[in-house]
Write a protein that binds this ligand. Structure first.
Ligand code: FES
Length: 154
């Protein structure tokens, strides 16, 4: 008796990638430039890095109570949108909400799940990692200082 081969692991892709795969599989289909660019199908250079980077925002203080354990929230820091999360009791993290794909404003979907409304990329607010294409790298991290019941971003 031989062991059956393991099932291939599933790879999650965004809606544009799925649409592109279907269109490319159809014989005789020629994509018009407008359709191709709507899903970012035009050739783009490889990202310089797939590693999380760090950025800063204007120093902003918020109440820690605004961010319950296991949740994330988008707040303003100057003109910048920032995702602040508390993945574990007393552990606060923050990220730029600027999508690493093409700069969309990443939103909190539920709990620690983040999604970009432009092309469907997803991130995990626990550490900012990109969990669903087309995001090429994690969200940029922003320093957070905890002082009593206050959080200072930036
Ligand atoms: S800008 Fe394309 S997924 Fe965010």
């Amino acid at each position: 008796m031989t062991d059956s081969p393991a099932a291939p692991s599933a790879t999650r892709v965004g809606p544009c990638t799925q649409r592109r795969t279907v269109l490319m599989a159809l014989p005789g289909i020629v994509l018009l430039p407008g359709i191709a660019s709507a899903c970012g199908m035009t050739p783009t250079p490889e990202p310089a890095s797939t590693v999380q980077q760090t950025t800063t925002v204007p120093s902003t203080t918020i109440d820690a109570a605004e961010i319950p354990v296991g949740t994330a929230k988008q707040v303003k820091a100057g003109d910048e949108n920032v995702i602040v999360a508390q993945p574990a009791e007393g552990e606060f993290v923050a990220y730029s909400s600027r999508c690493t794909h093409q700069g969309g404003n990443v939103q909190v979907v539920e709990g620690m799940t983040l999604r970009c409304p432009l092309h469907g990329a997803e991130y995990d607010a626990t550490d900012g990692r990109n969990t669903l294409a087309p995001a090429p790298r994690p969200l940029d991290a922003i320093p957070v200082a905890v002082s009593g019941d206050k959080l200072t971003l930036g």
